[in-house]
Design a protein around this ligand. Sequence first.
Ligand code: NAD
Ligand code: UGA
Length: 464
Amino acid sequence: MKFKKKILCIGAGYVGGPTMAMIAHKCPDYRVTVVDINHERIDAWNSSELPVYEPGLAAIIKKTRGKNLFFDKDIAGQIKENDIIFVSVNTPTKTFGAGAGMASDLQFLEKTAREILKYSQSSKIIIEKSTLPVKTALAMERILSSAKGKISFEVLSNPEFMAEGSAMKDLENPDRVLIGSRETISGLKARKELVEIYARWVPKEKIITSNIWSSELSKLVANAFLAQRVSSINSISVLCEIADADVSEVARAVGLDSRIGGKFLNAGIGFGGSCFKKDILNLVYLCRFYGLPEVADYWESVVKINKYQQERFILHILSTMFNTLAGKKICILGFSFKANTGDTRESPAIYITRRLLAECADVVISDPKAMGNAALDLADEAGEISYIKNPYEAVQGCHAIAILTDWDLYKKLDYKKIYQSMVKPAFIFDGRNIIDHKKCFEIGFNVYPIGKPGLSHFKNQPGI
Ligand code: NAD
Ligand code: UGA
């Protein structure tokens, strides 16, 4: 079959795989190929055990793989073959040298640019899909413009706003698609070509275009604003606990103001995930780099409150359980950074588990999708850890439960049965405020939510 467009994506990760699957699904007359230096990942994409869990993804892969969606190891050959190349490689926080711990590590992106330059035999549109510091396209253009002869490259910015766990829904029905380009004749032409792809399924008014720097910066700012809301409500949660207010009631009252809106106001143990912290720190680094210390400090406080929220959760467990956790068995329900994903990158559960182990607690980890990743994250830990997927088996003989992920499953458990199998007094620390606290208290648990009065059977011990 002759395909209308040939699209390549370099980077077969959480973004590259699902986004390309959606394009292939919506545009059966386009050929879409995804490559990666990680050959195991490519093998996994070609198997029945996909490397990424997303509701709805497997069905789309089943429909498109081998027809117009391909996962391939030949990066050089595919660069030659394709005219439109998305770059969706990882851009983690730098761990070395200048900017370590803050700036973006752009080595994977730069390597990709050099490979594109090396293997291209015709002009191409290169699309930044990765999240990048503002002005990265300039570096990309400078590398690519060293091409000899008639080949030219047009660099576009098309950041991805999908969230994990709802990736397929977000990709199919995005709030907006953002495309940034140079405002030159060739830049606008390339922009039009990319708009055409999305217009196959996204309403035109939701495809917004901008200059390339606005597009790069908007992605960092969007993540910073979302994370800021989480830190804002978490900062209020501690005040609620002291003032006998209920953070859910406060969030509802505040969020019903249509100017504020109700989303991203769930208090809990803080945000995790591969991007919020990395992107805010990157923004902070950029502000310091450009000589804006006040702006940098403002955004850095969002990350500081997140850490504070996790630390105070641990200290609360410790003080409530009579100031010692040594030898006590604590069951962690939920290890992924949010529900509906097996991803544990920057999950608050990693930090909380480490701190519990440092208190010499025995930790039992349970999660419906993240057991493998949890074991990898904690591989270097020396303490007592066991991994039991079935929550009813996991809680047996435990002194306390800490709910760290908002999986629906945990809302529906038979807490009476669970209570019976635990050591008494039994404690629940609901780090996501998802269970029925009153009901669990009536069963016999001492229950401690976030940002609400605790429900304790001990005399003279208020919640927190
Ligand atoms: P990931 O680590 O899951 O995937 C990146 C892939 O790129 C890896 O498989 C890696 O092997 C591959 N890679 C690295 N260098 C390569 C090279 N030179 N050639 C070929 N392949 C190479 O990362 P991800 O979560 O998919 O994120 C990718 C980018 O998208 C990041 O910039 C991230 O900030 C951004 N982003 C992520 C999400 C998300 O939900 N995970 C959402 C929006 C944006
Ligand atoms: C986030 C953004 O929502 C996406 O738009 C963006 O594309 C993506 O980052 C990215 O750039 O990687 P994601 O990290 O997958 O998506 O998940 P979110 O739903 O944003 O949740 C992030 C964290 O915040 C989770 O740990 C979640 O539990 C926490 N959170 C979220 C709260 O604690 N309270 C809330 O009210 C909302």
